[in-house]
Design a protein around this ligand. Structure first.
Ligand code: FAD
Length: 435
């Protein structure tokens, strides 16, 4: 990998997501050689992926070059590499660009869509975890409307304009709201010769309420907002299969839809060599102790979505969200410095800063530890928080300008089919893009 020898211990971080970047920043001026490996050369701000999928933002404005985050730090090295295996016995990592030795290893590989083994949904449904996947979804949505214009078969036309979003968590809620706004504000102008009132946005949730990780009041309000926007909210229904045209459920309800978005599950991104049963918890997460050490491995740590730290308050690990990943990255940074200096490490304590979701223009729900509020103010808070955590000054400015423009003009000008998406190639394409 062409990384010089150093008198400092080498910390290898796998993954430049929220956790990996927070950790690398903490270590950047310390007495450690930091090697960050990621299969992409950019950090992906996943909370805004749905805006890329729906033409509200260009993909470049939510991605940030990893090299730029830590420019100017002499002990920091980035390599564009897909990690293939961890060999804990020899403290080496195998990647597609060669092998590397570590003194300390941190796994921060995040999570991926979990289809729970359903091959039909996996091959014909759309996921939204990466930028290429979001661009595929954007293309498919727009291509469907172009196609709907061309057919005089009413049944086919309806299926092309029918969207099924599976999963009533923040991703499903935000995507459904954005699609409903497109239906209302953009489709009638873009397709005056198509009866776009027939377009249906269906949000299907397996349990009895949306946003189950948030408060009851947030769930109720989000559902009300979605209904005001014309989204069909289906609760207590589980989608069981999809053949590219027909969505089957565990009830008599069947949807005829050319687009199914699967936002109903995630699982940790595992690595060969760290896949022994003793390490793994539900959803493929790696069991770690309060110091982020993978249980049984002294020099190997895990943070973020991939890590499961079971505490009294969080018996199934911390939520798979940006805040726990960032806080864990920072705490581990301090701990690694302490370990290098021969001092004892400090246990991690998660500070829950709350959660939020937006449904659309002037419509959001916010649960803070002490206050819960919804509506216009919540929407402004949501925007401010997302701008604050977005990496890069240029990205913040571009996103802010886009939001102001979209707000004033009721528009989403990134509705472009740059890279056409062919449904039959979906599995191969997604695999290629993810690799
Ligand atoms: C659509 C969507 C919306 C979301 N909205 C919110 C939200 O509003 N609020 C919130 O708090 N959270 C949200 N989340 C969750 C949040 O994005 C994650 O919890 C967070 O990204 C986890 O951070 P991480 O560092 O663990 O992993 P990630 O940020 O996923 O980073 C993992 C990194 O590891 C790299 N990687 C993986 N495998 C390998 C390998 N083998 N070799 C090399 N590199 C590898 C990846 O390329 C990636 O860069 C959302 C997620 C999605 C998908």
């Amino acid at each position: 990998m062409n990384i010089p020898q150093s008198s400092y211990p080498r910390v290898v971080i796998i993954g430049g997501g929220f956790g990996g970047i927070a950790l690398a920043k903490k270590l950047s001026q310390k007495e450690a050689q930091v090697v960050l490996l990621d299969k992409h050369n950019y950090h992906n701000f996943q909370p805004l992926l749905y805006q890329v999928s729906t033409g509200g933002l260009e993909p470049d404005s939510i991605a940030y070059p990893i090299r730029k985050v830590l420019q100017g730090y002499p002990n920091f090295f980035f390599r564009l590499a897909q990690v293939q295996e961890v060999k804990t016995d020899t403290k080496r990592i195998k990647t597609n660009i060669g092998e590397i030795f570590y003194d300390y290893l941190v796994v921060a590989t995040g999570s991926e869509t979990n289809f729970f083994g359903n091959k039909g949904i996996q091959s014909m449904g759309m996921a939204m975890k990466t930028i290429p996947q979001s661009l595929n979804l954007r293309s498919l949505i727009l291509e469907n409307f172009e196609q709907a214009l061309l057919t005089d078969d009413l049944h086919e036309r309806d299926a092309l304009m029918n969207f099924v979003i599976v999963g009533g968590g923040p991703t499903g809620v935000e995507l459904a709201g954005a699609l409903a706004e497109i239906k209302k504000g953009i489709l009638p102008k873009d397709y005056p010769d198509l009866d776009t009132r027939r377009a249906q946005i269906n949000l299907v949730q397996g349990s009895d309420r949306l946003l189950p990780a948030m408060s009851e009041v947030a769930s109720r309000k989000a559902e009300k907002f979605l209904e005001e926007l014309g989204v069909n909210v289906w609760k207590n229904i589980r989608v069981t299969d999809y053949d590219g045209k027909k969505v089957s459920t565990n009830t008599k309800t069947i949807f005829e839809a050319e687009t199914l978005v699967w936002a109903a599950g995630v699982q940790a991104v595992g690595l060969k060599g760290l896949d022994a049963e003793t390490f793994l918890c539900r959803g493929n997460r790696l069991r770690v102790n309060e110091f982020h050490q993978i249980v049984g491995l002294e020099d190997v740590f895990a943070i973020g979505d991939v890590a499961q730290m079971e505490t009294e308050e969080f018996p199934h690990g911390h939520p798979m969200m940006a805040q726990p990943a960032i806080q864990q990255g920072r705490n581990l940074g301090d701990n690694l410095v302490r370990a290098i200096e021969g001092k004892p490490m400090k246990p991690f304590v998660y500070k829950d800063k709350g959660s939020m979701a937006t449904v659309g223009r002037n419509k959001a729900v916010v649960d803070l530890p002490k206050f819960k509020f919804q509506g216009v103010f919540a929407w402004f808070v949501w925007m401010f928080v997302h701008l604050y955590f977005l990496i890069g000054f240029r990205n913040r400015v571009v996103v802010f300008i886009n939001w102001v423009y979209n707000y004033i003009r009721f528009d989403r000008e990134a509705r472009l089919i740059i890279r056409p998406f062919k449904k039959q190639n979906r599995v191969e394409r997604d695999t290629l893009m993810q690799d």
